[in-house]
Structure formats: C-alpha cells, structure tokens
Design a binder for this molecule. Structure first.
Ligand code: 13P
Length: 263
C-alpha cells in the first residue's frame, strides 16, 4: 500500500450466484458496511463487484445509492453488429460499469483468449471509458522453473500499446498466479510483493515513471479474510482481486474491514 494510490478490493463472482442470491448479498452488505451506502464521502478501500454479465443491470439497481463500483468480467473484441452472444464495451458502459476484467487465466485457458484478443478487448474497453483490469500470472511449472518474472513481463510486453493508452487514465494490473487460483494455496506475501515490484518496474521502464507510480497493482489467488492483510501491507500491492471468498458478503465485509484497518 502506498497512500498516494486509492486501494481497491475487487470481487470477481465468476459464474456464480442467481438473482435472489444477489438481492440477499446486497442486503447483507448494506447491513454490514453501511459506510458504503451513506451520503458521506466514499470510504477506503474502494469496493468493486464484477457479477456475471446478465446481472450487471440488477446489481446496478440494487447498489444505485451506494459507493460500490461495478465491473464486467468480459467485453467483446468487436464494437457491435452481427456477433451472436457477444456483449460490447458500449453496452457494459451503458449499464454504468466502471471496470472490466481482461485476460483472466480462466479465459486464457478455457476460452482461447490469446494476446491478440486480449489486446482488442482492452482497446474496446478504453474506447468506451471502461478501466481494464489486466490479469497476468504464471502457471506452476513456470514458477518451479524459476522464470515467473520473465513470463509475466512477456505478458505485459504483449500488451504494450494498449497499456500505454490505458496509462493515460489509470493502469490496473492483477497478478494472479494460476496455481493459487481457487486452490486454497495462496502465494507468499513476499513473493507477491516481489512480483508487484517487478510489474511496477516494468511499467516505469516501458511506459513512464508517472504511470509506474500511479499504477494500481492487485494480488489475486485464494485471498480470504485470514490472509488479506498480509498483501495489503506490502508496499507495491494496492488491493486484491477475490474469487471464492467474495461470494460471501460477510467475508467480503471482513476483508474490507481488515484492509481499512491497515490504511
Ligand atoms: P480465488 O480467490 O477463488 O482463488 O480466485 C481468484 C481469482 O481468479 C480472481 O479473479
């Protein structure tokens, strides 16, 4: 954490929760964290929820009077037209979203999201004033082979031009080692910090010192109430991207409190 950057906790619900669950979730969140629903200034950390695409409108309506931000888990590579099943960045922005997750390892591995498609999704997001959260991270073999740093730098380099454009607003990068996602095996905080420092250094060298200083770097992978403060207290980690533990609003509230406690 660095006091110059606004810390962010981002919930990635993935393909979970139904309409009624979401209504109950928001009710519980309102009861647990009234400061996110008050008239006063938005509290820290910022809270972002990324529900399944089809519930973005519902979430927006339920959280209309709150400081909670909303984001999409996906945007199309295409601007609009005959692309059955796709949802464009313009549509996501129209629903009041602020952010979009791009390059998540589940999409890279299961839905053939390659560097070219990721690049087009980032461009689409930027054209429609959505802030992309670019996910990077190595698999277990790469980590064991000792080349995790090079691997992540290559992922960043593949997106250099879109990242340069994004840096004019704010760069948000989530380091999510694949072996830590949904496994309960979180990265050691010191290792996550080392990677965050490397990412910040890469941005400083390849984009600008100002972009490096301002970039918001998140850690993701088996984050939960019991370990979140370990990450938040690292100098280059500004928040977390949370999967499983974000599905429970009480756990989410506990993580928000834990972060607020170390700010
Ligand atoms: P888990 O928190 O379930 O490990 O998921 C992390 C993640 O993929 C967030 O995008």
């Amino acid at each position: 954490m660095n006091s110059k950057r606004r810390p962010l906790l981002a919930a990635n619900w993935k393909q979970n929760l139904l309409w009624q669950d979401i209504e109950e979730y928001c009710e519980t969140l309102r009861a647990e964290m009234p400061e996110y629903f008050g008239e006063d200034e938005a509290p820290l950390p910022d809270l972002l929820i990324c529900p399944p695409l089809c519930y973005l409108g519902l979430l927006g309506a339920l959280l209309e009077d709150s400081h909670v931000l909303s984001g999409s888990q996906l945007v199309s590579t295409e601007d609009g037209g005959a692309f059955t099943g796709e949802v464009s960045a313009a549509m996501v922005a129209d629903l009041g979203c602020d952010y979009v997750i791009i390059g998540h390892s589940e999409r890279r591995q299961l839905f053939s999201d390659n560097e070219e498609r990721i690049s087009r999704r980032i461009q689409q997001a930027l054209e429609h004033d959505l802030l992309p959260i670019l996910c990077v991270g190595e698999d277990l073999e790469t980590r064991r082979g000792g080349s995790a740093g090079e691997y992540v730098q290559a992922q960043l380099a593949a997106q250099l031009e879109p990242l340069r454009t994004a840096a004019q607003q704010e760069l948000v990068i989530a380091y999510e080692p694949i072996w830590a996602i949904g496994t309960g095996e979180n990265a050691a905080a010191a290792d996550a910090q080392q990677m965050a420092a490397l990412i910040r250094g890469w941005i400083t060298s390849n984009i600008s010192a100002a972009a490096g200083e301002a970039a918001l770097l998140l850690y993701g992978g088996s984050v939960k109430p019991g370990n979140i403060s370990e990450y938040f207290t690292q100098p280059d980690i500004d928040g977390a991207l949370i999967g499983g533990a974000s599905l429970n609003p009480r756990d989410m509230a506990a993580m928000l409190r834990s972060c607020a406690g170390v700010l």
